[in-house]
Design a binder for this molecule. Structure first.
Ligand code: MRU
Length: 353
């Protein structure tokens, strides 16, 4: 089944509310949560009902509209002041993925720049959220196509290793890293995906594998610690991952474990690619040391279901992301083409021109 006839849309606007695929229940249950209020959207982002950098950007954009809709004033200044509070609430949900902040800023800018009644601003905000949603879908398909141009030309059918979930579920649809995988599959260039299970939340085991199964893409799940062994056995031809925030020098924050994957890929001379929209690049940060790294509840490490894995008295450290240095990245695949990290500067210059 082709991805284009079987898309996954994790965030859907319909009938005056937002439907989110509840990603905490997959793969056992394919269920939706209806979001009517901005506070509920903030909670859904925080609890990872919706997750993945571009998807939380889209969700936050709709959250901004829901918040705007709740404001009961016709006074423009009062409205903008209250909308700023909604923005602040949504910004406080997750710190690393820059798409969240990017989408909220775009919504705020739209509100400030729309000269009209409060009702008109609300309407434009809804339209802007819908545009952010559809643009991301288009962007991912372009990333997928550009990815084809940098994948190794041999063997004819590749095995691609990916980490976490950078698929349709993590975007408006189609995916970034998994978008490249999907495009390779469509073109007959994919033998198989290896999906790292991705401790501690298991997005690879639960979500990436689920997406692949939906589309008949052959997938093998491995534990994170098996990646080096698989590379040593020549089972992997390329690594493609997503990103939560890319600094101006190309240093890339992505799900914890990505950095070690990049190191072992280099040790085995396997190309390591990052696939991400331009909205994931934070040109305000010079390098990866400036990227804020989210720390999550230690329960994610010590609890599996209702079972506690560790003895009392143990301490935990649970950073959700790590930063891969630019020099380990063969190319960053965007909707405008694939770039070596050093070339990001030229994109910035073009954006500012
Ligand atoms: O904590 P998560 O599940 O939101 O982390 C997701 C990732 O790290 C993805 O790789 C990244 O957001 C890119 S999604 C296209």
């Amino acid at each position: 089944m082709s991805s284009l006839t079987n898309p996954v849309y994790p965030v859907i606007w319909h009938n005056d509310s937002v439907s989110l695929i509840d990603q905490t229940r997959l793969p056992n249950e394919y269920a939706f949560v209806e979001i009517h209020r901005s506070e509920d959207m903030a909670r859904a982002i925080k609890t990872m009902i919706v997750r993945g950098a571009p998807a939380i950007g889209v969700a936050a954009a709709y959250g901004m509209y829901l918040g705007a809709r709740e404001i009961e004033t016709d006074n423009r200044d009062e409205f903008l002041e209250s909308l700023e509070k909604v923005a602040q609430m949504l910004r406080s949900t997750r710190p690393t993925a820059v798409n969240l902040f990017w989408a909220i800023s775009r919504m705020m800018k739209t509100a400030y720049e729309t000269l009209g009644t409060v009702q008109e601003i609300k309407q434009i905000l809804l339209e802007t959220a819908q545009i952010i949603n559809s643009e991301d879908l288009q962007t991912c398909q372009e990333i997928g196509n550009h990815g084809l141009t940098v994948l190794p030309s041999t063997p004819e059918k590749l095995t691609i290793l990916t980490h976490c979930n950078a698929g349709g579920l993590a975007t408006a649809g189609y995916g970034t890293a998994l978008g490249v995988v999907r495009s390779a599959f469509r073109e007959g260039r994919l033998a198989r995906v290896f999906a790292d299970e991705t401790r501690p939340r298991l997005q690879g085991a639960k979500l990436t594998s689920w997406e692949c199964v939906q589309e008949g893409i052959p997938v093998t799940v491995i534990t994170d610690s098996m990646a080096a062994h698989c590379m040593k056995q020549n089972l992997i031809h390329a690594v493609v991952v997503g990103a939560d925030r890319i600094a101006a020098n190309g240093d890339t924050a992505n799900k914890i474990g990505t950095y070690s994957l990049a190191l072992i890929a280099k040790a085995h001379q396997i190309p390591f690619f990052v696939a991400a929209p331009l909205s994931t690049i934070d040109f305000s940060l010079h390098d990866g040391t400036q990227i804020p790294i989210e720390e999550r509840n230690p329960e994610e490490i010590y609890k599996v279901g209702d079972t506690i894995l560790t003895p009392a008295g143990v301490e935990f450290y649970n950073p959700a992301f790590d930063v891969t240095p630019a020099e380990l990245i063969a190319a960053i695949i965007t909707e405008h083409g694939a770039f070596v990290p050093k070339e990001l500067k030229t994109i910035q210059e073009k954006q500012m021109a």
